[in-house]
Design a protein around this ligand. Structure first.
Ligand SMILES: *Cc1c(COP(=O)(O)O)cnc(C)c1O
Length: 385
Protein backbone atom coordinates (compact mmCIF):
# COMPACT_ATOMS: atom_id res chain seq x y z
CA UNK A 1 0.00 0.00 0.00
CA UNK A 2 1.37 3.37 -1.02
CA UNK A 3 1.46 5.83 1.80
CA UNK A 4 0.30 9.39 1.21
CA UNK A 5 3.75 10.91 1.06
CA UNK A 6 4.78 8.39 -1.64
CA UNK A 7 1.92 9.11 -4.03
CA UNK A 8 3.54 12.06 -5.78
CA UNK A 9 7.03 10.56 -6.06
CA UNK A 10 8.47 10.79 -9.57
CA UNK A 11 10.23 8.00 -11.47
CA UNK A 12 13.79 8.26 -10.14
CA UNK A 13 12.59 8.44 -6.57
CA UNK A 14 10.21 5.53 -7.14
CA UNK A 15 12.89 3.35 -8.74
CA UNK A 16 15.15 3.90 -5.75
CA UNK A 17 12.46 3.34 -3.14
CA UNK A 18 10.43 0.33 -4.29
CA UNK A 19 7.69 -1.18 -2.15
CA UNK A 20 9.06 -3.17 0.75
CA UNK A 21 7.35 -6.56 0.85
CA UNK A 22 7.41 -8.17 4.29
CA UNK A 23 5.46 -11.44 4.70
CA UNK A 24 2.92 -11.30 7.54
CA UNK A 25 3.51 -13.06 10.86
CA UNK A 26 2.58 -16.70 10.40
CA UNK A 27 3.56 -16.63 6.70
CA UNK A 28 7.37 -16.55 6.77
CA UNK A 29 9.51 -18.09 4.01
CA UNK A 30 10.59 -21.61 5.01
CA UNK A 31 14.13 -20.88 3.82
CA UNK A 32 15.60 -17.66 5.19
CA UNK A 33 15.95 -15.07 2.42
CA UNK A 34 19.29 -13.56 1.44
CA UNK A 35 19.70 -10.20 3.11
CA UNK A 36 21.78 -8.76 0.28
CA UNK A 37 21.81 -5.34 1.87
CA UNK A 38 24.81 -3.44 3.13
CA UNK A 39 22.72 -1.26 5.41
CA UNK A 40 19.61 -1.53 7.53
CA UNK A 41 17.12 1.19 8.49
CA UNK A 42 17.93 2.08 12.07
CA UNK A 43 15.26 2.60 14.74
CA UNK A 44 16.15 5.40 17.16
CA UNK A 45 13.80 3.93 19.79
CA UNK A 46 15.87 0.75 20.09
CA UNK A 47 19.43 0.34 21.40
CA UNK A 48 21.84 0.52 18.45
CA UNK A 49 23.69 -2.56 19.68
CA UNK A 50 20.50 -4.65 19.32
CA UNK A 51 20.06 -3.78 15.65
CA UNK A 52 21.58 -4.64 12.32
CA UNK A 53 23.27 -1.47 11.07
CA UNK A 54 25.92 -2.26 8.47
CA UNK A 55 26.74 -5.70 7.06
CA UNK A 56 30.42 -5.54 7.98
CA UNK A 57 29.25 -5.37 11.61
CA UNK A 58 26.52 -7.97 11.29
CA UNK A 59 23.92 -9.38 8.91
CA UNK A 60 21.03 -11.84 9.50
CA UNK A 61 22.46 -14.48 7.13
CA UNK A 62 25.82 -14.39 8.90
CA UNK A 63 24.19 -14.50 12.30
CA UNK A 64 22.10 -17.53 11.31
CA UNK A 65 25.04 -19.51 9.97
CA UNK A 66 27.19 -18.56 13.00
CA UNK A 67 24.51 -20.01 15.30
CA UNK A 68 24.35 -23.23 13.28
CA UNK A 69 28.14 -23.54 13.32
CA UNK A 70 28.47 -22.88 17.06
CA UNK A 71 25.85 -25.51 17.78
CA UNK A 72 27.30 -28.33 15.68
CA UNK A 73 30.78 -27.62 17.07
CA UNK A 74 29.39 -27.52 20.65
CA UNK A 75 30.87 -24.09 21.31
CA UNK A 76 29.36 -20.96 22.89
CA UNK A 77 29.81 -18.72 19.89
CA UNK A 78 31.22 -18.55 16.39
CA UNK A 79 32.32 -15.82 13.99
CA UNK A 80 32.53 -16.32 10.24
CA UNK A 81 35.10 -14.78 7.93
CA UNK A 82 35.51 -14.35 4.18
CA UNK A 83 37.93 -17.33 4.02
CA UNK A 84 39.64 -19.90 6.23
CA UNK A 85 42.93 -18.05 6.18
CA UNK A 86 41.10 -14.82 7.16
CA UNK A 87 39.71 -16.70 10.19
CA UNK A 88 43.25 -17.76 11.14
CA UNK A 89 44.83 -14.33 10.65
CA UNK A 90 41.90 -12.61 12.40
CA UNK A 91 42.23 -14.96 15.37
CA UNK A 92 45.99 -14.56 15.76
CA UNK A 93 45.94 -10.78 15.27
CA UNK A 94 43.11 -10.43 17.79
CA UNK A 95 44.84 -12.42 20.52
CA UNK A 96 48.54 -11.59 20.09
CA UNK A 97 50.42 -8.36 20.53
CA UNK A 98 53.99 -7.16 20.21
CA UNK A 99 56.29 -9.12 22.55
CA UNK A 100 54.08 -12.22 22.58
CA UNK A 101 55.14 -15.67 21.39
CA UNK A 102 53.15 -18.38 19.61
CA UNK A 103 53.99 -22.06 19.28
CA UNK A 104 52.91 -23.92 16.22
CA UNK A 105 54.13 -26.80 14.08
CA UNK A 106 55.74 -27.29 10.70
CA UNK A 107 52.84 -29.61 9.80
CA UNK A 108 50.49 -26.80 8.85
CA UNK A 109 48.59 -25.64 5.81
CA UNK A 110 51.25 -23.65 3.94
CA UNK A 111 49.57 -20.21 4.00
CA UNK A 112 49.07 -20.54 7.79
CA UNK A 113 52.77 -21.36 8.19
CA UNK A 114 53.68 -18.34 6.08
CA UNK A 115 51.34 -16.11 8.09
CA UNK A 116 53.03 -17.17 11.35
CA UNK A 117 56.58 -17.07 10.03
CA UNK A 118 56.43 -14.00 7.81
CA UNK A 119 53.56 -11.71 8.82
CA UNK A 120 53.49 -11.94 12.62
CA UNK A 121 57.13 -10.78 13.04
CA UNK A 122 56.09 -7.46 11.43
CA UNK A 123 53.97 -6.91 14.54
CA UNK A 124 56.72 -7.98 16.96
CA UNK A 125 55.15 -11.41 17.52
CA UNK A 126 57.63 -14.27 17.74
CA UNK A 127 56.97 -17.88 16.86
CA UNK A 128 58.45 -21.35 17.19
CA UNK A 129 57.47 -24.06 14.70
CA UNK A 130 58.05 -27.59 15.94
CA UNK A 131 57.55 -31.18 14.84
CA UNK A 132 53.92 -32.00 15.66
CA UNK A 133 54.63 -35.31 17.33
CA UNK A 134 57.42 -34.05 19.60
CA UNK A 135 55.56 -32.90 22.72
CA UNK A 136 58.74 -32.72 24.83
CA UNK A 137 60.02 -30.07 22.46
CA UNK A 138 56.65 -28.31 22.77
CA UNK A 139 56.92 -28.03 26.55
CA UNK A 140 60.57 -26.92 26.34
CA UNK A 141 59.71 -24.21 23.80
CA UNK A 142 57.13 -22.54 26.05
CA UNK A 143 58.33 -19.17 27.36
CA UNK A 144 56.29 -18.69 30.54
CA UNK A 145 54.40 -15.41 30.46
CA UNK A 146 55.31 -14.74 26.84
CA UNK A 147 53.89 -17.74 24.99
CA UNK A 148 50.19 -17.04 24.58
CA UNK A 149 48.85 -19.51 22.02
CA UNK A 150 49.48 -23.01 20.76
CA UNK A 151 48.07 -23.40 17.26
CA UNK A 152 47.87 -26.74 15.46
CA UNK A 153 45.99 -28.83 12.90
CA UNK A 154 44.68 -32.37 13.11
CA UNK A 155 44.66 -34.21 10.76
CA UNK A 156 47.24 -32.02 9.04
CA UNK A 157 47.23 -30.67 5.51
CA UNK A 158 48.56 -32.22 3.29
CA UNK A 159 49.98 -35.33 4.91
CA UNK A 160 47.42 -36.43 7.48
CA UNK A 161 49.58 -36.37 10.60
CA UNK A 162 47.49 -36.73 13.76
CA UNK A 163 48.07 -34.43 16.75
CA UNK A 164 47.91 -35.90 20.25
CA UNK A 165 45.18 -33.51 21.33
CA UNK A 166 45.02 -34.56 25.00
CA UNK A 167 48.81 -34.33 25.21
CA UNK A 168 48.83 -30.81 23.79
CA UNK A 169 45.97 -29.68 26.04
CA UNK A 170 47.55 -31.01 29.22
CA UNK A 171 50.85 -29.20 28.58
CA UNK A 172 49.15 -25.99 27.38
CA UNK A 173 46.91 -25.78 30.49
CA UNK A 174 49.96 -25.83 32.80
CA UNK A 175 51.16 -22.59 31.20
CA UNK A 176 47.78 -20.92 30.56
CA UNK A 177 48.09 -21.01 26.79
CA UNK A 178 45.10 -20.46 24.53
CA UNK A 179 44.60 -23.69 22.60
CA UNK A 180 43.55 -23.22 19.00
CA UNK A 181 43.05 -26.12 16.60
CA UNK A 182 42.38 -25.98 12.87
CA UNK A 183 39.90 -28.84 12.51
CA UNK A 184 39.13 -28.46 8.79
CA UNK A 185 40.05 -32.03 7.82
CA UNK A 186 38.04 -33.67 10.60
CA UNK A 187 35.09 -31.39 9.94
CA UNK A 188 32.63 -29.62 12.21
CA UNK A 189 31.17 -32.56 14.12
CA UNK A 190 34.34 -34.31 15.31
CA UNK A 191 36.77 -33.46 18.13
CA UNK A 192 33.93 -31.76 20.03
CA UNK A 193 34.78 -33.86 23.12
CA UNK A 194 38.02 -31.90 23.64
CA UNK A 195 38.44 -28.79 25.74
CA UNK A 196 39.78 -26.67 22.88
CA UNK A 197 39.50 -22.92 23.48
CA UNK A 198 39.13 -22.17 19.79
CA UNK A 199 38.39 -24.26 16.72
CA UNK A 200 39.17 -22.83 13.29
CA UNK A 201 37.55 -24.13 10.13
CA UNK A 202 38.01 -23.51 6.45
CA UNK A 203 34.33 -23.72 5.54
CA UNK A 204 35.41 -23.59 1.90
CA UNK A 205 35.99 -27.33 2.23
CA UNK A 206 33.54 -29.95 3.61
CA UNK A 207 31.22 -27.51 5.41
CA UNK A 208 30.05 -25.78 2.25
CA UNK A 209 31.02 -28.82 0.26
CA UNK A 210 30.25 -27.65 -3.26
CA UNK A 211 33.43 -25.76 -4.09
CA UNK A 212 31.61 -22.52 -4.93
CA UNK A 213 32.40 -20.19 -2.02
CA UNK A 214 35.32 -19.24 0.21
CA UNK A 215 34.52 -19.00 3.93
CA UNK A 216 36.09 -19.58 7.31
CA UNK A 217 35.09 -19.57 10.96
CA UNK A 218 36.38 -19.71 14.48
CA UNK A 219 34.27 -21.01 17.35
CA UNK A 220 34.88 -21.02 21.08
CA UNK A 221 34.21 -19.26 24.35
CA UNK A 222 32.21 -16.02 24.22
CA UNK A 223 34.96 -13.79 25.61
CA UNK A 224 37.52 -14.91 23.00
CA UNK A 225 35.03 -14.83 20.13
CA UNK A 226 34.02 -11.26 21.02
CA UNK A 227 37.66 -10.14 20.66
CA UNK A 228 37.98 -11.98 17.36
CA UNK A 229 34.70 -10.57 16.07
CA UNK A 230 35.95 -7.05 16.78
CA UNK A 231 39.12 -7.85 14.84
CA UNK A 232 37.08 -9.17 11.91
CA UNK A 233 35.25 -5.82 11.77
CA UNK A 234 38.56 -3.95 11.90
CA UNK A 235 40.16 -6.11 9.21
CA UNK A 236 37.00 -6.14 7.11
CA UNK A 237 37.47 -9.80 6.28
CA UNK A 238 33.73 -10.48 6.38
CA UNK A 239 31.64 -13.03 4.54
CA UNK A 240 29.14 -11.89 1.92
CA UNK A 241 25.44 -12.61 2.74
CA UNK A 242 25.00 -14.58 -0.47
CA UNK A 243 27.97 -16.80 0.45
CA UNK A 244 26.48 -17.23 3.94
CA UNK A 245 23.21 -18.34 2.34
CA UNK A 246 25.01 -20.92 0.18
CA UNK A 247 26.96 -22.10 3.21
CA UNK A 248 23.77 -22.58 5.24
CA UNK A 249 22.37 -24.58 2.32
CA UNK A 250 25.52 -26.69 2.08
CA UNK A 251 25.39 -27.45 5.81
CA UNK A 252 22.02 -29.19 5.44
CA UNK A 253 23.70 -32.15 3.73
CA UNK A 254 27.04 -31.85 5.52
CA UNK A 255 26.75 -34.96 7.73
CA UNK A 256 25.45 -37.10 4.86
CA UNK A 257 28.19 -35.93 2.54
CA UNK A 258 30.95 -36.36 5.10
CA UNK A 259 29.90 -39.94 5.75
CA UNK A 260 29.89 -40.83 2.05
CA UNK A 261 33.20 -38.98 1.45
CA UNK A 262 34.81 -41.08 4.20
CA UNK A 263 33.39 -44.37 2.93
CA UNK A 264 34.81 -43.68 -0.53
CA UNK A 265 38.13 -42.53 0.91
CA UNK A 266 38.59 -45.71 2.95
CA UNK A 267 38.04 -47.82 -0.20
CA UNK A 268 40.46 -45.75 -2.25
CA UNK A 269 43.10 -45.73 0.50
CA UNK A 270 42.93 -49.52 0.75
CA UNK A 271 43.20 -49.86 -3.02
CA UNK A 272 46.21 -47.53 -3.18
CA UNK A 273 47.93 -49.28 -0.27
CA UNK A 274 47.62 -52.62 -2.06
CA UNK A 275 49.06 -51.38 -5.38
CA UNK A 276 52.65 -52.21 -6.27
CA UNK A 277 53.23 -48.85 -8.02
CA UNK A 278 52.37 -46.95 -4.82
CA UNK A 279 55.24 -46.43 -2.41
CA UNK A 280 53.33 -45.18 0.62
CA UNK A 281 49.83 -44.08 1.61
CA UNK A 282 49.02 -41.62 4.41
CA UNK A 283 45.42 -42.11 5.57
CA UNK A 284 44.46 -42.32 9.26
CA UNK A 285 41.91 -45.03 8.49
CA UNK A 286 44.65 -47.47 7.44
CA UNK A 287 46.22 -49.73 10.06
CA UNK A 288 49.60 -48.86 8.55
CA UNK A 289 49.21 -45.17 9.52
CA UNK A 290 51.72 -44.44 12.28
CA UNK A 291 48.97 -42.94 14.45
CA UNK A 292 46.01 -45.07 13.42
CA UNK A 293 45.06 -45.91 17.02
CA UNK A 294 45.27 -42.33 18.18
CA UNK A 295 43.16 -41.26 15.19
CA UNK A 296 40.55 -43.88 16.09
CA UNK A 297 40.47 -42.61 19.64
CA UNK A 298 40.04 -39.00 18.57
CA UNK A 299 37.74 -39.36 15.54
CA UNK A 300 34.79 -41.53 14.60
CA UNK A 301 35.34 -40.89 10.87
CA UNK A 302 38.74 -40.66 9.23
CA UNK A 303 38.09 -37.96 6.68
CA UNK A 304 38.29 -37.88 2.92
CA UNK A 305 41.80 -36.71 2.15
CA UNK A 306 44.49 -39.24 1.26
CA UNK A 307 48.13 -38.51 0.57
CA UNK A 308 50.30 -40.99 -1.28
CA UNK A 309 53.61 -41.40 -3.05
CA UNK A 310 53.78 -42.97 -6.51
CA UNK A 311 56.63 -45.11 -7.85
CA UNK A 312 58.29 -44.80 -11.24
CA UNK A 313 56.68 -41.51 -12.27
CA UNK A 314 56.39 -37.95 -11.04
CA UNK A 315 53.24 -36.62 -9.41
CA UNK A 316 52.63 -34.50 -12.52
CA UNK A 317 53.02 -37.45 -14.89
CA UNK A 318 50.51 -39.37 -12.80
CA UNK A 319 48.00 -36.48 -12.78
CA UNK A 320 48.24 -36.16 -16.57
CA UNK A 321 47.06 -39.73 -17.04
CA UNK A 322 43.97 -39.34 -14.87
CA UNK A 323 40.73 -38.96 -16.81
CA UNK A 324 38.06 -38.53 -14.12
CA UNK A 325 40.01 -37.04 -11.21
CA UNK A 326 41.08 -33.48 -12.04
CA UNK A 327 44.25 -31.67 -10.95
CA UNK A 328 42.93 -28.84 -8.78
CA UNK A 329 43.74 -27.45 -5.36
CA UNK A 330 41.31 -27.32 -2.43
CA UNK A 331 39.35 -30.25 -1.03
CA UNK A 332 36.04 -31.32 0.41
CA UNK A 333 33.96 -30.83 -2.75
CA UNK A 334 31.62 -33.30 -4.42
CA UNK A 335 34.18 -33.95 -7.19
CA UNK A 336 37.40 -35.85 -6.52
CA UNK A 337 40.44 -33.66 -7.08
CA UNK A 338 44.15 -34.31 -6.84
CA UNK A 339 47.19 -32.14 -6.42
CA UNK A 340 50.98 -32.68 -6.35
CA UNK A 341 52.05 -31.65 -2.82
CA UNK A 342 55.64 -30.69 -3.53
CA UNK A 343 55.03 -27.35 -5.23
CA UNK A 344 51.64 -26.42 -3.78
CA UNK A 345 52.11 -27.23 -0.09
CA UNK A 346 55.79 -27.72 0.57
CA UNK A 347 57.72 -25.12 -1.41
CA UNK A 348 58.55 -23.09 1.72
CA UNK A 349 59.83 -26.07 3.76
CA UNK A 350 63.47 -27.07 4.20
CA UNK A 351 64.76 -30.12 2.30
CA UNK A 352 65.00 -32.09 5.59
CA UNK A 353 61.47 -31.21 6.70
CA UNK A 354 60.06 -32.20 3.32
CA UNK A 355 61.89 -35.52 3.42
CA UNK A 356 60.75 -36.16 6.98
CA UNK A 357 57.15 -35.25 6.18
CA UNK A 358 56.91 -37.38 3.02
CA UNK A 359 56.66 -34.48 0.59
CA UNK A 360 58.54 -35.11 -2.63
CA UNK A 361 58.15 -34.73 -6.42
CA UNK A 362 56.27 -38.06 -6.26
CA UNK A 363 53.71 -37.19 -3.57
CA UNK A 364 50.08 -36.29 -4.11
CA UNK A 365 47.07 -35.19 -2.08
CA UNK A 366 43.75 -36.66 -3.16
CA UNK A 367 40.44 -35.22 -1.97
CA UNK A 368 37.86 -37.95 -2.44
CA UNK A 369 34.48 -36.82 -3.75
CA UNK A 370 31.04 -38.36 -3.95
CA UNK A 371 31.41 -40.29 -7.21
CA UNK A 372 31.12 -44.09 -7.32
CA UNK A 373 34.25 -45.53 -5.72
CA UNK A 374 34.60 -48.11 -8.53
CA UNK A 375 34.95 -45.38 -11.15
CA UNK A 376 37.55 -43.58 -9.06
CA UNK A 377 39.52 -46.78 -8.50
CA UNK A 378 39.39 -47.54 -12.23
CA UNK A 379 40.83 -44.09 -12.97
CA UNK A 380 43.64 -44.46 -10.42
CA UNK A 381 44.41 -47.98 -11.65
CA UNK A 382 44.90 -46.97 -15.29
CA UNK A 383 47.26 -44.17 -14.24
CA UNK A 384 49.38 -46.36 -11.93
CA UNK A 385 51.57 -47.90 -14.59
C1 LIG B 1 42.14 -24.67 3.00
C2 LIG B 1 42.61 -24.64 4.38
C3 LIG B 1 42.71 -23.43 5.07
C4 LIG B 1 42.46 -22.10 4.43
O1 LIG B 1 41.13 -21.94 4.05
P1 LIG B 1 40.68 -20.97 2.85
O2 LIG B 1 39.20 -21.04 2.98
O3 LIG B 1 41.22 -21.56 1.59
O4 LIG B 1 41.25 -19.64 3.12
C5 LIG B 1 43.12 -23.47 6.38
N1 LIG B 1 43.41 -24.63 6.99
C6 LIG B 1 43.31 -25.82 6.36
C7 LIG B 1 43.65 -27.07 7.10
C8 LIG B 1 42.91 -25.86 5.03
O5 LIG B 1 42.83 -27.05 4.40
Amino acid sequence: MKQDHQKNWKSNTRLNHPERITPKEGNPPLIAPIYQSVKFVVDTDVSYSDQFIYSRLGNPNLKQVEMTLAEIQKKDACVVFGSGIAAISGTLLALLKSGDHIISFRELYKPARILIRELLPNFGIESTLLNLIDLDAFEKAIRPGKTKIVYFESPTNPNLEIADIEGIISIARKYNLIICMDATFGGLHQHTQYDLDLVVQSLTKFANGHGDILAGSVAGKNSLIEKIRNMSVTLGAVLDPHAAFLLERGLKTYLLRYERHCKNAQELAEFLASHEMVEKVFYPGLKTHSRHELAQKQMQQMGAVISFIVKGQSAEQFCKKLKLIQLAVSLGSTESIICPTHFFFGSDLSVEDKKDMGISPHSLRLSVGLEDAEDLIEDLKQALV
